[in-house]
Design a protein around this ligand. Structure first.
Ligand code: PEP
Ligand code: MG
Length: 818
């Protein structure tokens, strides 16, 4: 029976319990110098092969191993190739290629965990590669090179005599692998950029041999179906004529005759880069003026791409090689595109569209193409290949009813723009460019992720009715924006807004929110390239705070991890990210980033009314430690002469059941609660909020969730601290009466939901809602709770309300039917 173990967390002591005593090989004498030396090699790395050779050489010597090899994944992350070795046949380098489901090396990459075996050959996954001459080796320790949750290679050591690698051996090798991983990733991106067609063809052939499925292209008849499905990207409905926005420059279709002089081609290409840069500067300033700095920041990232040394030098090499400026641009872009498209992480993958956007801009300059603002009919449904940030500068946005794209997903920069501008959008609608005809009528349902081409009259009429009702209601309700939300019997409820980007401030004003109940700062990292620096954060926060003053802005500290991974924030792969190092846990682990954010928030507090909100607190210790860091940050700001609100309230999100259960204790040491029902529901019901397989079990109106809300509200009342609720539940019409009945004082919701919630509150009597809440406390199912909410809406006469009836009736009927 082979004895071995793979583990996800090298620090888990159970993984080595029961392991045999070492039977050979000395313990590692100088791990610290080994790591320092590997770090040194990595920091001086200019050439991947040389770096990897130096690393394996060093590791083999210091670990006293007979073999040390490094396998790297291609940019597709599906094949591992032997890239450096000492101890195996050197000729095998580059020739041994294996899939992730092959061999023990594949096992380490596939499982994203170390594989440690005393007797490697006895393991069922052992695979012999004759080229390597490795049959003499007995024990093996292989660790994956992890980068942003992806295995990008494997570092392995082997010994001739049986040797038992212990936990600290594994830790050391893992640290080496961690140091090497970024170099490998960078090199993959860059070397992919320099790949020749033959190399690419060879890779594709190995891919085909490996059985990795090739994406299928839908046939015409498939794409002609009336209903095209895509990714729901920005909510809202639009009905209007299709406007196929022609790709300004289709790099693949262009014919271009280069001049005879290669030097001139190079000069032309560099002039085009320069002109593109000037144009980008203008666009950035324009966008900043119209929509604010977070839009402008995206264009700034495009400037950075244009100035990226790797990008520019690849272009230079290519143009010198082939004497054709367009061809050089085309081939560099194609390789970048292919490289990014193969990355599994959606956020990282979608950065490809920024490179694409930049490339097209350069091509336009090269060819002297000038852009006019596209003439679109009012209410048009603009169909594009992908929602590129550049398109926003080329369209009259007030005439755009919706945007539909063939490619791309919900986290591209363009998608973020569409949401911030409240333009309904559906992305990733495969075949739409072919299927849709210019001027053809269509319906876009951005919440559903559907596009209906040439819909029949009945469907148009249905959507028109819903759209009109909604628009009229919102208009009417917006007109009441200055009225406070108060129940008929005089209970005042504060209605505030959830935002993620400063550009959403416009919506806060438009829909009459009384402040910001939740500023999700992690979204800044999606709009910008990584999380902004301290002074940039300070400016962003200050802008929001000043705009809202004297109204309150509740700024939540970084809530990263779980379903919100952010590039460059170093949230490594976790088996169970929702239960992992996310949110406040990560902030307390990365004190530097946290302190910087706290200082930025504190400085912004000098310009208005600010509260600090701590996400996902699950224990009193976390709250105390975070508060200590707030005090430290105050000292730091004071030391630099900065001004801030010394009494800035510090509150916490109740979104983990443990926090709700010890709410009394927490309430004594914080200044306010904000209940995050999105996470509270997922953690109470053990239902991943992002997993569609269990979506039917995700039920915020479950009595267990309501019991925890009830408990938290009461704890807040006893301690006399304010309690608000900022999850999606705040905008669920069935939940509003119940939450009022439970004593919630503030509801914070997406800005466009504020007017509707306000109208519901106006129609309620708090005393009736309290009676309902008592009934809810004894309810056994979510259905019962929904019916209680529905009954109240009906009794309060809200279904007959001119603006609300049509909007609420289907919800109420559905709840009553169940
Ligand atoms: C919540 O969990 O309810 C919440 C508001 O936070 P987020 O949705 O940002 O996790
Ligand atoms: Mg949350």
């Amino acid at each position: 029976m082979p004895r071995g173990h793979g583990w996800a967390q090298s620090t888990d002591p159970r993984c080595i319990a029961g392991a045999a005593a070492p039977t050979g090989g000395p313990l590692i004498p100088d791990r610290v110098t080994l790591l320092a030396d590997v770090a040194e090699i990595v920091s001086r790395s200019h050439n991947l092969d040389e770096t990897l050779n130096n690393v394996v050489d060093l590791v083999a010597k210091r670990l006293d191993a007979d073999v040390c090899s490094l396998y790297t994944c291609g940019s597709d992350l599906t094949l591992l190739r032997l890239s450096a070795t000492v101890g195996l046949n050197k000729d095998a380098v580059g020739r041994v290629v294996l899939r992730l489901d092959e061999g023990l090396i594949g096992l380490a990459a596939e499982g994203k965990a170390p594989v440690v075996l005393d007797h490697a050959q006895q393991h069922p996954r052992y695979k012999y590669f004759p080229e390597t001459g490795e049959e003499r080796f007995e024990s093996l320790m292989a660790v994956p090179l992890m980068f942003r949750g992806m295995a990008t290679g494997v570092l392995v050591v082997q010994t001739v005599v049986v040797r038992h690698f212990d936990q600290s051996d594994v830790n050391t090798l893992q640290t080496c692998a961690q140091l090497v991983a970024p170099v490998v990733v960078n090199a993959q991106l860059l070397s992919a950029a320099g790949q020749t067609d033959e190399e690419r063809a060879r890779d594709d052939a190995s891919l085909a041999r490996s059985g990795v499925p090739v994406a299928s292209v839908p046939t015409d008849s498939e794409t002609r179906k009336r209903r095209c499905k895509g990714i729901a990207t920005a909510r809202g409905v639009a009905i209007g004529p299709i406007h196929l926005l022609s790709v300004p420059v289709d790099l693949d279709q262009l014919s271009y005759t280069p001049g005879a002089d290669a030097e001139q081609e190079e000069a032309d290409l560099f002039k085009a880069l320069h002109d593109a840069r000037l144009e980008l500067d203008d666009t950035r300033d324009d966008m900043e003026e119209q929509f604010g700095p977070d839009f402008a920041a995206v264009y700034q990232t495009h400037v950075q791409i244009l100035e990226d040394k790797g990008f520019v030098s690849k272009l230079q090499t290519k143009v010198r090689e082939n004497g054709n400026a367009l061809e050089a641009l085309r081939s560099v872009l194609a390789v970048y595109r292919a490289t990014f498209e193969r990355i599994s992480d959606p956020y990282f993958r979608e950065r490809v569209w920024d490179i694409e956007d930049v490339g097209r801009r350069v091509a336009e300059k090269l060819l002297g193409v000038r852009h006019e603002i596209a003439q679109v009919a009012p209410g048009s449904i603009v169909v594009v290949d992908t929602i590129l940030p550049g398109y926003f500068a080329r369209l009259e946005l007030d005439k755009v009813g919706a945007i539909v794209s063939e490619h791309g997903g919900a986290t591209s920069h363009g998608a973020i723009f569409a949401r911030a501008l409240e333009i309904p959008a559906v992305t990733g609608v495969v075949g739409i460019q072919q299927a849709a005809r210019q001027g053809e009528m269509a319906i876009v349902d951005g919440s559903e992720g559907s596009v209906f081409l040439s819909p029949d009259e009945q469907l148009v009429a249905e959507y028109e009715r819903a759209q009109k009702r909604y628009a009229v209601a919102i208009q009417h309700l917006d007109a009441m924006r200055d009225r406070p939300a108060e129940t008929r019997d005089g209970r005042r409820i504060r209605l505030t807004a959830n935002i993620g980007l400063p550009s959403e401030l416009r919506l806060v004003e438009q829909h009459g929110a009384e402040g910001i109940g939740l500023f999700r700062t992690e979204l800044l990292a999606f709009a910008h390239r990584g999380f902004p620096e301290e002074n940039e954060q300070e400016q962003l926060y200050e802008r929001v705070v000043r705009a809202l003053a004297p109204r309150t802005v509740t700024i939540r500290t970084l809530d990263i991890g779980g379903d919100k991974d952010v590039a460059d924030m170093g949230v490594g792969h976790e088996e169970n990210p929702q239960l992992g190092c996310r949110s406040i846990r990560l902030s307390l682990e990365r004190e530097g980033i946290f302190r910087a954010q706290l200082r930025a928030i504190l400085r912004a507090s000098a310009h208005g009314t600010v509260r600090i909100l701590l996400p996902m607190v699950s224990s009193l210790e976390e709250l105390r430690r975070a508060r200590e860091l707030v005090e430290d940050a105050k000292r730091e700001v004071r030391a630099t002469g900065g001004r801030f609100d010394p009494d800035i309230p510090v509150g916490l999100m109740i979104e983990v059941p443990s926090a709700a259960l010890i709410a009394d204790v927490l309430a004594r040491e914080c200044d306010f609660f904000s209940i995050g029902t999105n996470d509270l529901t997922q953690y109470t019901l053990a239902v991943d909020r992002t997993n569609e397989h269990v979506a039917h079990l995700y039920e915020p109106l479950h009595p267990a969730v309501l019991a925890l809300i009830d408990r938290s509200v009461r704890a807040g009342l006893r301690a006399q601290i304010p309690v608000s609720l900022c999850g999606e539940m705040a905008s669920n019409p069935l939940a509003v009466p119940i939450l009022v009945g439970l004593g919630i004082e503030e509801l914070s919701a997406t800005p466009s939901a504020v007017p509707v919630i306000k109208e519901i509150i106006h129609g309620l009597d708090a005393s009736d809602a309290e009676i309902d809440a008592r009934e809810v406390r004894t309810a056994g199912t979510a259905r019962e709770v929904q019916r209680i909410g529905a009954r109240r809406l009906r009794k309060a006469g809200l279904l007959e309300h001119v603006d609300l009836g049509a909007w609420l009736t289907p919800i109420v009927e559905e709840a009553e039917k169940g």
